[in-house]
Design a protein around this ligand. Structure first.
Ligand SMILES: [Zn+2]
Length: 209
């Protein structure tokens, strides 16, 4: 079924098995609301299908970029603001960050895909948005985020953030809905490499936000 995965996986290494601590949100068939579940409660594998922007690191201690922000004054989300800032400072480069941020106060707009694929093709952003289920969810929200300041020619989705919470809400983050009271705290690392896996041969610009 379709769902919004919030990936958090410790890969297999010598002497210990892989640990999949991911969450996923789907549409609850009982009431049409958000149903957030822990991946490991139902599955034990680390397979991955469909679409995702994943950040991988060695998990070693070291310096990271800390981002603190509160009170949104513009129209862009935290992630878009970070991307635009990077592109403004380094217009000739493609810079990628991955990390985690917490929406500590306020609320956010998210979507969750319906469990079933659309029965008809979705050809425009409006058609995609009419098919998706949108919700407003409350802080604290823990967000897994990947962003690229500029597509280096890999036909990337240049930002993608999914969130989970400890109160049962989660999904695909767009932006906070409470600009006056929102507070963010995040930790990011620059990427050394960007890999594009299973790049589609046919592409379009639909549904990239
Ligand atoms: Zn998403």
């Amino acid at each position: 079924m379709n769902a919004e995965l919030v990936p958090a996986v410790l890969t297999e290494a010598e002497g210990r098995p892989a640990v999949n601590s991911s969450y996923y949100s789907s549409i609850n068939p009982a009431d049409g609301q958000c149903l957030q579940e822990k991946y490991s409660d139902k599955f034990s594998d680390c397979n991955f299908g469909l679409l995702g922007n994943l950040y991988a690191c060695e998990g070693q201690p070291g310096k990271v970029i800390e981002v603190r922000a509160k009170k949104r004054t513009g129209v862009h989300s935290l992630v878009t603001a970070l991307r635009n800032t990077l592109e403004g400072h380094y217009p000739d480069k493609s810079l990628a960050l991955g990390g985690t941020f917490i929406i500590q106060k306020g609320k956010a707009k998210i979507h969750i895909m319906p469990r079933e694929f659309s029965v008809c093709p979705l050809n425009t952003n409006d058609e995609v948005n009419n098919w998706l289920k949108h919700f407003e969810v409350s802080a604290p929200l823990i967000c897994q985020s990947v962003l690229v300041s500029k597509d280096p020619g890999l036909d990337l989705r240049v930002e993608h953030t999914h969130c989970f919470s400890h109160h049962g809400e989660g999904g695909h983050y767009y932006i906070d809905t409470t600009p006056d009271s929102v507070e963010y705290l995040g930790y990011f690392m620059p990427a050394e490499f960007v890999y594009r896996i299973d790049r589609p041969t046919e592409t379009n610009e639909v549904g990239r936000d």
